[in-house]
Design a protein around this ligand. Structure first.
Ligand code: AMP
Length: 197
């Protein structure tokens, strides 16, 4: 089983593509954003803490998201777990923690797929999503813009972490969902060829 980091700015299509990847390659989808939104809905202590940051478009503290991911990795008892990490890691400290957590389990990240989308397109997609969903952080243009600023300031450098490990694969994230998925699956199959029968 392989472990994939699906990376990209807000609105790049990580959630949509992560779902397609997990279905096609039989992996487990771990979205920190989704887990946090569900914790907020249930008003757990983690959710209440996370909401303070999410509602401003800021990053939730590393310790909080690292703890969530550690629990999810530990939950998998099978030898053959493979994860798609969606929206995690978002800082270099998270990337390092993820490597430590996986190493303990005899696992590793095989590739980081980085969805590359132009800024104007990101804003257009997020504003559109805000009209259809009730995500609080998609409702306000200033919060949307702040999330993109935070991505450039704190998250983008995570690419360098994976480049140094020769695991970085940029993917053109512009165009139709299926076109983007085709690019993704070609990359996964090149790095991890499907076993020949
Ligand atoms: P997402 O659904 O991935 O766009 O995440 C929504 C929001 O949840 C982000 O804007 C952050 O406030 C928070 N969040 C999700 N994942 C992380 C993470 N790995 N580190 C810090 N904050 C996160």
């Amino acid at each position: 089983m392989i472990n994939i980091v699906l990376f990209g700015p807000p609105g790049a299509g990580k959630g949509t593509q992560a779902q397609k990847i997990t279905e096609t390659y039989n992996l487990i989808h771990l979205s920190t954003g989704e887990i946090l939104r569900s914790a907020i809905k249930q008003q757990t202590p983690e959710g209440i803490e996370a909401a303070k940051f999410i509602d401003k478009g800021e990053l939730v503290p590393d310790e909080l998201v690292n703890a969530i991911i550690a629990r999810k990795i530990d939950d998998c008892r099978s030898e053959a777990c493979g994860f798609v990490f969606d929206g995690f890691p978002r800082t270099n400290a998270q990337a390092k923690r993820l490597d430590t957590m996986l190493t303990k389990k005899g696992m590793e990240i095989k590739l980081m797929l980085s969805l590359e989308v132009e800024k104007e397109e990101l804003i257009k997609r997020l504003v559109g999503r805000g009209k259809e969903s009730n995500r609080t952080d998609d409702q306000d243009i200033e919060i949307i813009k702040n999330r993109i600023v935070v991505y450039s300031a704190k998250t983008m450098s995570v690419k360098e972490y994976y480049k140094a490990q020769e695991k970085f694969f940029p993917i053109n994230g512009m165009g139709e969902i299926d076109e983007v998925f085709e690019r993704i699956s070609q990359t996964i199959d090149k790095v991890n060829p499907p076993s020949e029968v």
